[in-house]
Design a protein. Sequence first.
Length: 190
Amino acid sequence: MSLFTGKQYRAEQDLLKKAVAGDSGASQEIIRSLSQSAYSLAWKMLGRREDAEDVVQEAFIRLWRSAANFNGKSALSTYFYAIVSNLSLDRLKAMNKTAFEVFDELENLPAELVHVDFSDTFDSGRISEAVRSLSVKQRMAILMWAYQDLTAAEIAKVMGMNKNSVDQLLFRAKLKLKSELEKGGAYADN
């Protein structure tokens, strides 16, 4: 659950308005606060540093252009992750049209019912490989959940889905990760 309040969201809205109006200090503050995690998300989605850098740059351009659409009812980072995620998805679709899977809503168990241990008992290369085995939407959701600490409700906002669908998506992603990691050779040699 987000620790932000409506007042803090509105402060972010005001900061964005100042940045768009040309306040370099406000622009630098926004870029500094959003760049690292946005780059991390894009890099993990796309797998290439150059693509991630391009996506984040384009995302900031779009953030500035769409600043009037940011209503201050959620965190600026959630709004920005939506832009980064959509640009990453577009790039993935362009790179490999068959990689994008259609999401079905048939399963309805909450994500919390599946536990995946991402502790250091697993080889980090094996974890990366397992994450790459996920569908594009599963990968996006699990990366935002695991690395950006977003809740299912926040991920739903970013991905333009309802919370129940995200719970289902995370559930299937965790099941697939668990299966992939339990295959032979998943554990690091200690």
